[in-house]
Design a protein around this ligand. Structure first.
Ligand code: DC
Length: 227
C-alpha cells in the first residue's frame, strides 16, 4: 500500500505510424527507459498469420482466419516476446511468407475481434505499456495517456529496413514493398492506418533511434503526446 500505483490504472503510451518508421525499436527503447512493458501489436497479428499459414487456410478467407485466431492462444511473455499457444514464436513471425500474408490476415474484422481484447488485457497488467502498432492510437487505446505518430519518408523507411536486415542494396525493392503495404493498410475497411487527431507527430528522418527516444522523453516531460 502507500504507493499511488495501487489505485491508479496502468499507464498507456501508444505509438503509431507506417511500416518501417522505427516504431518497434523506438517503442522497445522507450519502454525500457520508462520501466514499462513493450507491447508489439503487429507481432500478435504475425503470430496469428503464422497459425493461419500452418493450418493451410486461405489468407483471404476472413471466416477461416477468424476461427483460427479464436482457436490460437496469442500472448506476450514478460520479456515482450510473442507466445503462440504458449511457445515463443521467435523469428518465424518475421519470415517473408508471414511478411506477405500479414496484411490480408490482419485486415479481417474476424481476426481483429479476437486480437484487440488480448492487447487491452496485456496493457492492463502491471505498471503499463508502450504499445506500438498502426491502430493503437485510434482503435485499441483511444484513451491512451500519450499518443505519438512516428513519420518518415518512404525512402528513409526502406533504407532503415534494408540496413536492419543487412541488405542495403535492396532498399529500392523494399521501398516498393513498403508502398504496397502502406496502401493496403491505409485503405482497408477495418482499422486503417490513420493519424489520430490527438496524436503528436514526430518526424524521424535523419534521426537515430536514441535521438527519437530522447525527443519522445522530452515531449513526455513537457506533457506532450497527451490525449
Ligand atoms: O508492425 P509490423 O510490420 O510487425 O506489422 C505487421 C502487420 O500487422 C502490418 O502489415 C499491419 C498489421 N498490424 C495491424 O493491422 N494492426 C496493428 N496494430 C499492428 C499491425
Amino acid at each position: 500500500m502507500g504507493r499511488e500505483r495501487v489505485s491508479s490504472r496502468a499507464m498507456i503510451i501508444a505509438i503509431d505510424g507506417p511500416a518501417g518508421a522505427g516504431k518497434s525499436t523506438v517503442a522497445r527503447a522507450l519502454a525500457r527507459a520508462l520501466d514499462l512493458s513493450f507491447l508489439d501489436t503487429g507481432a500478435m497479428y504475425r503470430a496469428v498469420t503464422l497459425a493461419v499459414l500452418r493450418a493451410g487456410a486461405a489468407v483471404e478467407d476472413g471466416e477461416a482466419c477468424g476461427v483460427i485466431a479464436r482457436a490460437t492462444r496469442v500472448d506476450i511473455a514478460p520479456d515482450g516476446e510473442v507466445l503462440l499457444d504458449g511457445v515463443p514464436s521467435g523469428e518465424a513471425v518475421r519470415s517473408p511468407r508471414v511478411d506477405e500474408a500479414v496484411s490480408p490476415v490482419s485486415a479481417h474484422p474476424e481476426v481483429r475481434r479476437e486480437v484487440v481484447p488480448v492487447q487491452r488485457a496485456v496493457a492492463a497488467r502491471g505498471r503499463g505499456v508502450v504499445a506500438e502498432g498502426r491502430d493503437t492510437t485510434t482503435t485499441v487505446f483511444p484513451d491512451a495517456d500519450h499518443k505519438f505518430y512516428l513519420a518518415a519518408t518512404p525512402a528513409e523507411r526502406a533504407r532503415r529496413r534494408a540496413a536492419q536486415i543487412g541488405q542495403p542494396e535492396r532498399a529500392v525493392e523494399i521501398e516498393g514493398e513498403l508502398a504496397r503495404r502502406d496502401r493496403l493498410d491505409s485503405t482497408r475497411a477495418t482499422s486503417p492506418l490513420t493519424l489520430a487527431p490527438d496524436a503528436e507527430v514526430v518526424e524521424t528522418d535523419g534521426l537515430s533511434v536514441d535521438e527519437v527516444v530522447a525527443a519522445l522523453l522530452a515531449r513526455l516531460a513537457e506533457g506532450g503526446g497527451a490525449d
